[in-house]
Design a protein. Structure first.
Lengths: 184, 71
């Protein structure tokens, strides 16, 4: 392993905030996310020779992190079967108000999406990657990413009972609670 | 950025009922609300910046090349 070029190190550090946000959204757990980011950086440094200068460092790191998460997720699912579900339950049981409640509802709904759809939506809708970049990160076709993003949005709107912008008004919380109890 | 569903989108004349039936095609306002929530969740973390452990780790790897815990 050769010494890390300072410019590359800066690029890596610059990508860390967004990597963390992606890792948290994948794993639903800050500590686990930070461990993932750390492992990603170590692996990136060990394989820095395979990074092509001038290409997108951030996308490269996201690819590594995603692969680490997927291999770890498969392992952990066998160990702790309900890890993700119990996180969602924890959030649900916290009595909170206003935007915090709305945020938790969103987080819980996001956790209910299939992992493929969730990551596609986050990469495109929050990390700011293009469909092409997201497809490269997820190692799939651009059309697949588009379809996952569309399905994710549809499912989220369904889970959150959003059918129009007005549902996000002051009444949203009440409607969401009623919807959670008796929607069909 | 969100120009993914322009093709095959139902026309502007659709009624609310058909809109509900066509859940695969969300209105622009719904998409933008979901986008706002997503970004606000994401940006909360991004705004925390780079935790010291990562700055420290990169510096240690760079200077000392400590590989005690690496595979």
């Amino acid at each position: 392993m050769s010494s890390l070029n300072p410019a590359l190190r800066e690029q890596m550090l610059g990508a860390v905030p967004s990597l963390r946000a992606f890792a948290i959204s994948l794993s639903g757990n800050v500590d686990r996310a930070d461990d993932l980011v750390q492992e990603t950086l170590m692996r990136a440094i060990a394989n820095i020779d395979s990074f092509q200068p001038g290409t997108n460092m951030s996308a490269w790191l996201f690819t590594i992190l995603r692969n680490l998460f997927r291999s770890e997720y498969r392992k952990r699912r066998r160990e702790v079967e309900d890890a993700d579900g119990s996180y969602a339950e924890t959030l649900k049981s916290q009595p909170e108000q206003g935007s915090r409640l709305e945020f938790n509802e969103f987080r819980v709904a996001l956790d209910k999406l299939p992992p493929d759809q969730r990551e596609a939506l986050i990469l495109v809708g929050a990390s700011g990657f293009s469909y092409e970049e997201a497809a490269a990160i997820c190692e799939c076709a651009v059309g697949t990413i588009k379809s996952r993003v569309n399905r994710a949005r549809t499912r989220l709107a369904d889970l959150l009972s959003i059918e129009g912008a007005e549902d996000f008004g002051p009444d949203h919380t009440t409607r969401a609670i009623m919807a959670a109890g008796g929607r069909r | 950025m969100n120009d993914d569903d322009k093709s095959g989108r139902p026309g502007p004349m659709q009624t609310e009922v058909t809109q509900k039936k066509h859940r695969g095609r969300l209105g622009r306002d719904v998409q933008s609300k979901i986008g706002q929530q997503l970004r606000s969740m994401y940006d909360d973390v991004v705004s925390e910046g780079v935790p010291d452990r990562f700055t420290e780790m990169l510096r240690q790897l760079d200077e000392g090349k400590k590989e005690g815990s690496g595979p």
